[in-house]
Design a protein around this ligand. Structure first.
Ligand code: AMP
Ligand code: MG
Length: 457
């Protein structure tokens, strides 16, 4: 579980004197019927579990989670092979060899990678061997070309029918034993492993063309509101473009889900009902707008009618209003499966932050991930962040690292409609519920959304 706030050292000792008691003057009722972030998180996460297993070609598994452990059907390498280009020899034949006192061996053959020599290295003989080629029987050590007189022989036109070994190497030198990397039957990848490029390579090295992974969740994304215009439409009459469909769908992809963009539902009963028909078979429906407490909203009516949905106020800023519950299966079209619904607030930043805090961990649980939280760091604020009403503030900041220290630069106006300040941010800095502000120079907990730490090369 993401615990950005648990274990947080509330800054009781930093002496700025801005502590606000929980029921401060002017804020008397704030927070009273609000859910803490942790409680909302707990109730939501109780409704999600890893999805079913699917088997697919390994290259299609990137970013998914292995559903079962992988044991090796073979040894890697399958045969002892050479780690160098050189001569496969019997170590007993080269004891004491040096440039001044070389050992002359008769070269009886050549073995390249992908071949198995049918010759045996008898005492006094060697087989020329290339990197990766199986070490012939009889041989136990490989002497690299550089430790022989091969170059001299070539340049002076002598044959390679025999070779001078100019070094005494330890037994087994430059021989990669069979099973050095993996033995047959070894546990190579545990269930729950995230499939990255390296895991795809490991699977291929074991000869496995497909893998059993937890399938990605299908997440329906629905925007609601009469004021919304689709991209490509001419704006008029107080309309705004629907940005939530896009930021949310992109966040679904980034979290590892598959978005199904349903578009805009107008604030009408028919439109809402019609859109909800399209939600069947989704693992989650994420809506935006129309969930504020006290608002009359057709969205709330329809959701209440179609499911067991709670409309919450969460003690956080942005993203106080949040709906969560189960949308009942539709008896009409026969799909009985209830779909979890998360109703994000409409303001674009609120929608993104609520997604981050609640939808992303849900998606990652379904994806089979065990660790659900973003990386967190502690850093120094470079400008104050304010908390006017006892809610936990997630301030948009740009984090940079200077001389080994993280600095959190607030990205400007923190209104929940100011989407460009989200775009400038790579992290969220936390002002705890009970503090009325965090000042420049103070330490803050930071949830990293992106690292932006790549450097010029
Ligand atoms: P609501 O939650 O319905 O009160 O909406 C809060 C604010 O978010 C209003 O200013 C809406 O216009 C805005 N809003 C709602 N949905 C979207 C959307 N899909 N894209 C951009 N802004 C939206
Ligand atoms: Mg609305």
């Amino acid at each position: 579980m993401q615990t950005p706030h648990q274990g947080h050292q509330e800054s009781a000792g930093h002496g700025h004197g801005h502590h606000a008691p929980p029921h401060d003057h002017g804020h008397r009722h704030v927070g009273e019927d609000m859910l803490s972030v942790e409680e909302a998180h707990r109730q939501i996460m109780a409704c999600f579990a890893p999805l079913e297993v699917e088997e697919k070609p390994i290259l299609d598994c990137l970013g998914q989670t292995l559903a079962i452990e992988v044991r090796s059907p073979l040894a890697l390498p399958p045969l002892a092979n050479s780690g160098m280009d050189g001569y496969a020899v019997r170590r007993d034949d080269i004891i004491g060899a040096s440039e001044d006192s070389p050992r002359n061996l008769r070269v009886i053959g050549l073995v390249a990678a992908g071949q198995v020599s049918d010759q045996t290295v008898e005492p006094g003989t060697a087989i020329r061997i290339m990197t990766g080629a199986p070490v012939p029987s009889g041989a136990d050590t490989v002497v690299p070309f550089e430790e022989t007189d091969e170059i001299n022989r070539r340049s002076s036109g002598r044959t390679l029918a025999d070779i001078d070994i100019q070094a005494d190497l330890p037994l087994g030198c430059n021989v990669r034993p069979a099973g050095e990397d993996v033995r047959e039957g070894d546990l190579v990848l545990e269930a729950g492993t995230v499939v990255r490029s390296a895991e795809i390579g490991v699977l291929a090295s074991l000869g496995l063309a497909s893998a059993r992974v937890i399938r990605r969740p299908l997440v329906s994304v629905l925007s609601t509101g009469d004021e919304l215009a689709s991209l490509g439409e001419q704006l008029s009459g107080g309309k705004i473009y629907d940005s939530n469909s896009f930021s949310v769908a992109a966040s679904v992809v980034a979290a590892g889900g598959i978005p199904k963009v349903l578009g805009i539902a107008r604030d009408s009963l028919e439109d809402m009902h019609r859109k909800l028909e399209e939600v069947v078979n989704s693992d989650l429906l994420v809506t935006s707008a129309g969930v504020s407490k006290g608002d009359y909203d057709v969205v709330k009516d329809v959701l209440t009618e179609r499911g067991d949905i709670n409309f919450w106020s969460v003690r956080m800023r942005p993203a106080k209003p949040l709906a969560f519950g189960m949308l009942r299966g539709d008896p009409v079209n026969g799909t009985g499966k209830p779909v979890p619904l998360m109703g994000l607030p409409g303001n674009p930043v609120s929608a993104m932050v609520a997604f981050e805090m609640f939808a992303r961990p849900a998606i990652r649980t379904m994806l089979g991930r065990k660790r659900l939280g973003r990386p967190m760091v502690e850093g120094i604020l470079t400008a104050p962040i304010y908390n006017s009403d006892g809610r936990r503030v997630y301030a948009r900041v740009e984090v940079e690292k200077r001389d080994g220290v993280y600095y959190a630069n607030p990205t400007g106006p923190q209104g929940s409609n100011i989407l460009t300040s989200m775009s400038r941010a790579n992290a969220l800095a936390i002002c705890p519920d009970h503090l009325s502000r965090k000042d420049a120079g103070e330490q803050v907990d930071i949830i990293m959304l992106d690292w932006n730490e790549e450097v010029d090369i």
